[in-house]
Ligand binder design. Sequence first.
Ligand code: UDP
Ligand code: MG
Length: 319
Amino acid sequence: MELISIIVPCYNEEESVPIFYETMSEVSSRMNEKYGVVFEYIFVDDGSSDKTLQIVKALAEDDDRIKYISFSRNFGKEAALLAGLEHASGELTAVMDADLQDPPELLEEMYAAIKEEGYDCAAARRTSRKGEPPVRSFFAKLFYKLINKISNAEITDGARDYRLMKRCVVDAILLLKEYNRFSKGIFGWVGFKTKWIEYKHTDRAAGQTKWSFWKLLLYSIDGIVAFSTVPLSIAAFVGILFCFVAFVMILVIIIKTVIWGDPVAGYPSTVCILFLVSGVQMFTIGILGQYISKSYMETKHRPHYIIRETNNNTVKGQQ
Ligand code: UDP
Ligand code: MG
């Protein structure tokens, strides 16, 4: 029988996990009857401070399809996803949020896409950003436009991390060992035939989103730095442009001085120019700093996560 692993990253999801499990149970028994597939669940507790782990453990006692991995602290969703993928043993693997914003019913459609239409991967893409603050939507759209222009990994607007993948796709993703992980980019980068399934965005089943605007902004910078080196060229380009402008200005000033002399004036404009040029310098140094700090973290080869507790006997050790 074919095994589907369902990876569920959980961070303070005590309210959502039971609802998730219930909904998934319905879907899994339906799919079991229809296609003869079986499921395993990998709940990755990302250092929750509430009762998430206890709830998952209680579920695991009654259902031996449930595996859990609990981190020693909050390592972030990317680390949780990676841990799940590393410990998934199914022929097919799905990644799904605990809050039911990724409708489990879509799994059937995803499964059919892979089995009947020959895709390697089926992913969910939300069509509306309804219910989201307008400022956040605006910046999200801007981010997707920008990153697709300046990177070679295709990152689809509205793409969720929610997807069902064949073993070959999971293995390819695991080949990318980078420390700064940006899954949306990694999924696009590995390629493979992907079917996009569109659905309407729904509100969380329970609990609160873990992403503040600030966290999302930092995450988007991570995404750009991880998948594009174009900002480095922008820095160089702006530098060259400013040198050129300065050169022309020097020429103009010399010619002006030779012809009309040099009445002392223009203090305010000098200060403005000083501010502008030093601002551009700081900005470009900042871009450099982003890349250097990322390579610094990569060279440390720190583990992506540390496991505190698990019921998964096939654990390959801490990654
Ligand atoms: N999550 C996690 N670690 C974190 C933040 C979030 O494992 O540090 C999980 C969270 O429990 C949920 C999923 O990632 O299952 C998506 O988080 P959330 O719903 O807050 O994000 P949104 O849907 O608002 O993008
Ligand atoms: Mg959510």
